[in-house]
Write a new protein. Structure first.
Length: 108
């Protein structure tokens, strides 16, 4: 159920990032595309949590409940990668489990 998903805002890379998370185990970051939010991963979050993973789906910079910097130059790939590295630091991880979007949509 989506109601079992924990929500929090994390200070990362100079902005507040909203994340939805569930489960324990190896970290899996679920990154949405345009124009989606964390909610696009709601079914996969539950599946991964039930199968021994810590599923984390952030609202990326500028989306949903995450901060939206006014300066357009704040949306480069370097900023986005910095946000993800800051999330890894927050969760005390150096890497994430490698799942592709194709795998998650095809098999769940």
């Amino acid at each position: 159920m989506v109601s079992e998903v924990k929500h929090q805002r994390i200070k990362a890379n100079g902005i507040w990032i909203h994340v939805a998370e569930k489960g324990t185990g190896p970290l899996v970051l679920l990154l949405h595309g345009f124009p989606e939010l964390w909610y696009a991963w709601r079914h996969q979050i539950n599946y991964l949590a039930q199968h021994g993973y810590h599923a984390v789906a952030p609202d990326l910079r500028g989306y949903g409940d995450s901060d939206s910097p006014i300066d357009p130059t704040s949306y480069t790939c370097h900023h986005l990668v910095g946000d993800l590295i800051a999330l890894l630091d927050h969760f005390g991880e150096q890497q994430v489990s490698n799942f592709s979007q194709f795998f998650l949509y095809e098999y769940i």
